[in-house]
Each structure stands twice: as C-alpha cells, then as structure tokens.
Design a protein around this ligand. Structure first.
Ligand SMILES: NC(=O)c1ccc[n+]([C@@H]2O[C@H](COP(=O)([O-])OP(=O)(O)OC[C@H]3O[C@@H](n4cnc5c(N)ncnc54)[C@H](O)[C@@H]3O)[C@@H](O)[C@H]2O)c1
Length: 321
C-alpha cells in the first residue's frame, strides 16, 4: 500500500520531534519540512533525510497530510491554507490563538468536508495518548473531584499566548474527556510574573452534575511537575504524566470490614507524541478514528477562555489593571 505523504510545518522545539517520528514511520513518508528559517529547516531536513522548503505552498501538491507545529498565532492562517488544498491535518495545540480563529477553522473544516467527508483534522492534545491516561480512562473511574498540577521552568518560547492557552489547556482538555459533562462555573486567579500576561494560574471548575476540579498551571516554577489526582465514590487515582505511573486505590469490603485496596495497573510505556501521530496516520489511511477532534480542541479553548476571563476579573478586582 502506498505510504501517506506528509510534511511537518514548523520544525522548532516540538516540530523536530514530529519530523523524527514521521521520518521513522512505516506507513508515512516525510516528503519535506517547512520552516521560514533556512538554517533550522536545513538542519532538521538533513538530520531526518528529507528536504527543506520555506513555504507550505511549495509542497502542497506533493502531500496528503500536514503536521502543523508552527507558532500558535499562525495556526489559523496555515490551517486555512491546508484546508483549501484538502489536506489531512494534525494541528498542534491549542487549535488556534483565539476563539474567533478557532471557530473560523471549524467553519472552514465543515466546508472542506463537503468535498471530502473523510478529511481528518485533529489537535495535538497528546496527553490523551499518555499510556497512564489511557489506563485511567479504561479503569472506568468516575471522578467527583480532580486536582491537576502542570508547572515548569520558564520556557522562553510560546510566549505569545498565556499559560492558560499554552499549558493549562492540556489539563482542560483532559478534564472534559474524563468528566464528560459541561463546565458550569469557573473561578480563577493568576499573576503575570515574567511576561505581561498571566504566567501562573489557579482555576476552580464546576461541572454539570456536581464534579469539581482545581487546575494549576505555571511556567515560572523551579522544576517540572505534571500530576493529576482524582477522587470518586470510594476510589482514588494518582497519576504522574512524565513517569507514566498510575495508582488506583478503592475502598472494598474485606474479611474484617472495609479496607482500602490498591489496584495494580499495568502500563506499557510509550511516547505520547508518537502514539498520537501514529493514530493520525491510521485515521488518514482510513483505518481508525482515534484522535482528538477539532471540535474537542475548540471545547478546550472555550473553557480556557472562561478561565482567562475569570483571571482578568480577579486582576481588575485586585487593582492590578
Ligand atoms: N503538544 C505539546 O505538548 C506541545 C509542546 C510544545 C509546543 N506545542 C505547540 O507547538 C507549536 C510550536 O511550539 P514550539 O515550542 O515548537 O515553538 P518554536 O518557536 O520552538 O518553533 C516554531 C517553529 O515554527 C517556525 N515557523 C515560524 N513561522 C512559520 C511559518 N509561517 N511556517 C512554518 N514554520 C514557521 C519557526 O521558525 C520555528 O522553527 C505551538 O503551537 C505550541 O503550542 C505543543
């Protein structure tokens, strides 16, 4: 069977990994990497034995699919260009920089699907492919309260969007997938530390049906931590994203009364980005539909927008703006 012909658009910090994974795929061929920087483009093209082009337009006629890892502010324009050409697309998260741009992408996708109903459009919410998250979802856990922490040292990139759209959005997407009920209330506080926009945010979300979550994201921490703790009825889960470790404890009736029983969760470790990209290729080849849709990506952005508004209101209330 012919290989899927792909290009990676933007080969910076994350795009280089898209290129690495594409170049070693058995079902896809990395036709080119696209980047306005000749130096960076050539470096990555040489490393992964492909060719560098400076614009997407140059390579569009030769490819079936694009993986977009350009700066978030360009997702909208590059996405529209690829959609017009009818290409399958894996867009890095967040889907777009603003709600208006995200909605415009969804409208354009609807039009493109009138021509090709099997056009694949997914968003790079890669934590959904983290084996520990897959195991948690498979365990039938029904969370009532969830606490997430995603903090890291200052990255010096992706600074055109705040920590909510850039970092917290991973957890907002996961919360939506875990709870599967709409968010009905959001409270949040946040502070700009090293940039002019909030770099550290703590939000409290209430879901229809009564579940709660507290979500902390920071890009000004001393060290990295990415964890989730969830409490359900007589059950508790603790998940470490980086270590891909999941511990589940359930209250069960033992011989001498109720006891807390730890469950052994078998996790086969895997690189979430690779699993996500492989699922994208399978979908493009018509062999699966295991991906995070643009509609889901948009939903995560809508919740992120609610958090941003709540942070802005708290800053106004504190007389910071
Ligand atoms: N899924 C994740 O966990 C994750 C992690 C990091 C970044 N990201 C996302 O990936 C995207 C890129 O982030 P990054 O940290 O790699 O940024 P980066 O700044 O390191 O890299 C961006 C690259 O895009 C190139 N570029 C600029 N304009 C371009 C254009 N018009 N066409 C093609 N390429 C262009 C730049 O030259 C650069 O090489 C962002 O949307 C970010 O949110 C996702």
């Amino acid at each position: 069977m012919a290989k899927l012909r792909v290009a990676v658009v933007g080969v910076g910090h994350l795009g280089q990994h898209h290129a690495r994974i594409a170049s070693s795929s058995e079902v896809a061929e990395l036709v080119a990497v696209v980047d306005p920087s000749a130096e960076r483009g050539n470096e990555i093209a040489e490393k992964f034995e492909t060719r560098w082009v400076s614009t997407l337009a140059e390579i569009l006629p030769e490819i079936d699919a694009v993986q977009i890892a350009a700066p978030t502010g360009l997702h909208h324009a590059i996405g529209l260009e690829a959609l017009k050409a009818g290409k399958h697309m894996l867009m890095e998260k967040p889907l777009a920089a603003t709600l208006v741009e995200g909605e415009a992408l969804l409208v354009a996708l609807g039009l493109a699907r009138k021509i090709n109903p099997s056009l694949v459009a997914c968003v790079g919410h890669l934590e959904r492919f983290n084996p520990a998250v897959v195991a948690l979802r498979a365990a039938g856990f029904k969370p009532k309260f969830i606490e997430t922490v995603r903090v890291s040292p200052f990255p010096m990139r992706s600074l055109e969007v705040d920590v909510v759209m850039d970092v917290m959005i991973h957890d907002l997407d996961l919360l939506m997938a875990l709870v599967q009920r709409p968010v009905v209330d959001v409270e949040a506080v946040g502070v700009p530390v090293l940039t002019k926009v909030p770099d550290l945010v703590n939000a409290r979300l209430k879901f229809e049906g009564g579940a709660f979550a507290t979500v902390t994201a920071s890009r000004v921490a001393r060290k990295k931590e990415r964890t989730l703790r969830a409490f359900g009825h007589q059950e508790y889960a603790s998940l470490d994203f980086a270590a891909q470790k999941l511990e589940i404890l359930r209250l069960k009736m033992g011989e001498h009364g109720p006891e807390v029983v730890p469950e052994i969760v078998d996790i086969e470790e895997g690189e979430p980005l690779k699993l996500e990209i492989e699922a994208f290729y399978e979908a493009c080849l018509g062999r699966g539909q295991d991906y995070v849709s643009w509609a889901d990506g948009m939903e995560a952005m809508r919740v992120a927008d609610l958090v941003q508004r709540a942070v802005a209101a708290s800053l106004v209330a504190m007389g910071e703006v």
